[in-house]
Design a protein around this ligand. Structure first.
Ligand SMILES: O=C1C[C@@H](O)[C@H](O)[C@@H](O)C1=O
Ligand SMILES: [Co+2]
Length: 297
């Protein structure tokens, strides 16, 4: 399986408090969230809206729990807004993550995204024009340069309901961008939900994969979302996603392939669901035990 110290394990705050749907987990505090992450046996986290904005406060809270920041999400609008607007926001985000000791920056293109829109997820995903593909690829390379100014890298997050969702779209983006400037985030849940075999993406792009989100999918809920023309956020509320080992993805082959291809970096459990229905500590422990059993870490 994985070589010693090849991977670090983390968990994202989205199972405690959901930044896309703030009413999910509004009762859960930052301190509860990070304490339970540490208690369940995770050493890292991404950054949620309830986390302290001041890096000193955040460092102290995490150091007390022997945890660190792996990365944090950044929304780019390279296909719909002037590049400079995205870069300005990106620099602040990069500097915050750099100060926190993170090495990679998660970037998702939100131009034309329907991720938070009231439209059917499986019907209305956006498709970029050739001009938009060009804006995206060139803009990402420039953001990659800005990340490298601080010794960091960008990892692009393919995502349901965006212009980079399918394997074909990921392949195109990887072909259009310089491998030294734009790396890839591998999110099992988004690929599976889109109808892809996550292993196909893994095998083709592993050298560029520098960050991993472990998200499982409940097939029966995904079917409802498809058949009833529900939105992405409706799906989340109904429990479309869950922690690894609790849904329908075969993670054994994902872990085997990652280990076989010598993946190095973070693997973060990321399972947005209603914390009132899925107790976040309980599900964090389910995920931690499952990963220990299947991945040996
Ligand atoms: O990485 C992610 C961050 C969330 O905000 C997003 O909606 C989720 O699905 C995801 O994969
Ligand atoms: Co993700």
């Amino acid at each position: 399986m994985f070589k010693d110290n090849a991977v670090k394990l983390g968990i994202c705050p989205i199972g405690w408090t959901n930044d896309d749907i703030p009413e999910l987990g509004k009762e859960n505090t930052f301190e509860q969230c990070v304490s339970e992450m540490a208690l369940a046996g995770f050493q890292g986290t991404e950054v949620g809206n309830k986390y302290p904005k001041d890096t000193k406060d955040l460092k102290k809270a995490l150091e007390l729990r022997q945890m660190e920041v792996a990365s944090a999400w950044f929304s780019s609008f390279l296909t719909t807004r002037p590049y400079e607007e995205t870069e300005m926001a990106f620099i602040d985000h990069r500097d915050f993550l750099h100060e926190m000791g993170a090495k990679v920056i998660v970037v998702s293109e939100q131009g034309h995204s329907i991720q938070k829109e009231d439209v059917p997820l499986f019907e209305d995903k956006p498709h970029f024009s050739e001009q938009e593909w060009d804006l995206l690829a060139k803009g990402l390379e420039r953001l990659g340069d800005r990340a490298q100014d601080k010794g960091m890298e960008i990892v692009f997050h393919h995502h349901m309901g965006t212009g980079v969702q399918t394997k074909e779209e990921i392949d195109k983006l990887m072909q259009m961008t310089d491998e030294n400037k734009v790396s890839l985030l591998f999110d099992t849940g988004h690929l599976y939900l889109s109808g892809e075999d996550p292993l196909d993406v893994l095998k083709l792009h592993l050298p560029r994969i520098k960050h991993v989100h472990l998200k499982d999918v409940r097939d029966p809920v995904a079917e409802q979302v498809r058949n009833e023309n529900l939105t992405f956020l409706d799906g989340v509320r109904r429990g479309m996603f869950t922690v690894p080992g609790n849904g329908d993805i075969d993670f054994s082959s994902v872990f085997e392939t990652l280990a076989h291809l010598d993946y190095r970096g973070w693997m973060l459990v990321e399972a947005e669901q209603d914390p009132a229905k899925a107790n976040p500590l309980e599900y964090a422990i389910i995920a931690r035990n499952y990963i220990r059993e299947k991945a040996g870490v």
